[in-house]
Design a protein around this ligand. Structure first.
Ligand code: MLT
Length: 243
């Protein structure tokens, strides 16, 4: 059986952000890109989408696809959920890829910002976020790339984004779990990530024994979209050990 690769998306997006990986890697890998609850086909999981709920939905989708074990790859919010997946379903985890993410929880100010954002999303819809998204890319990103990300943001239900935001605010500190990770791990960051600075991701990698750590140059937060060739190369190389 081919090794599975499960891709968990970032915020404020959905699984369509993985298109450059799906088109390049599906021929060689069994790829699954489940949405977070409330996005696309995935049923809502209440007013707050906890990282546990996102991990459980991904595990359920693996079972539906007869995928017993897979490499769980999460970018940013997807990385928070990948660490929840490790805590809750580790017998299904062959390896982890943690991209542009961090292990720590938010401080009080950060939690409040997420709650304020959720409130605004519920009051106004997601138009303001699609028009003025967070710094998802580096300064070098093309207008076309920004348009693509904005179109994905615009397609998300505001309720789902609000629930994601509240779920991220409530997420626990995953730092204590890092030393106990026993599967192969690839950690990716990018030099132009201003949302989750490379140092935060590097620190997480340093706490995982034998994690492979790579920095993609000249790309911002959504490294899989801004530097797909390099992201796919790192992913393919890492996946080779599971063949
Ligand atoms: C993401 O890309 O998923 C977000 O930047 C994560 C976050 O807001 O912490």
């Amino acid at each position: 059986m081919r090794t599975g690769l499960v891709l968990l998306h970032g915020f404020p997006l959905d699984a369509t952000m993985w298109e450059p990986q799906k088109s390049a890697l599906s021929e060689h890998l069994t790829l699954l890109a489940p949405n977070f609850p409330g996005h696309g086909e995935a049923p809502r999981a209440g007013d707050v989408t906890t990282m546990d709920a996102a991990a459980d939905y991904a595990a359920q989708q693996m079972r539906v696809s007869n995928l017993e074990r897979a490499v769980i790859c999460g970018l940013s919010m997807g990385g928070y959920a990948a660490l929840a997946f490790w805590r809750r379903h580790r017998n299904m985890v062959a390896g982890l890829v943690l991209a542009n993410t961090r292990a720590g929880a938010d401080d009080d100010a950060g939690k409040q910002r997420r709650r304020d954002l959720a409130q605004r999303l519920r009051a106004e819809g997601n138009g303001f976020l699609a028009e003025s998204p967070p710094p998802l890319f580096s300064e070098k990103a093309s207008p076309q790339l920004w348009d693509r990300a904005k179109a994905i943001i615009r397609a998300q239900p505001a309720e789902a984004l609000a629930a994601d935001s509240l779920g991220m605010a409530d997420r626990p500190d995953s730092t204590p779990d890092l030393a106990g990770i026993t599967v192969p791990v690839l950690v990716i960051t990018s030099s132009g990530d201003t949302l989750i600075p490379p140092d935060a991701t590097r620190e997480m990698a340093g706490r995982i024994s034998n994690a492979k750590f790579d920095v993609i140059p000249d790309a911002g937060h959504l490294s899989n979209l801004e530097a797909p060739a390099e992201f796919n190369r790192l992913l393919s190389e890492f996946m080779r050990q599971f063949e």
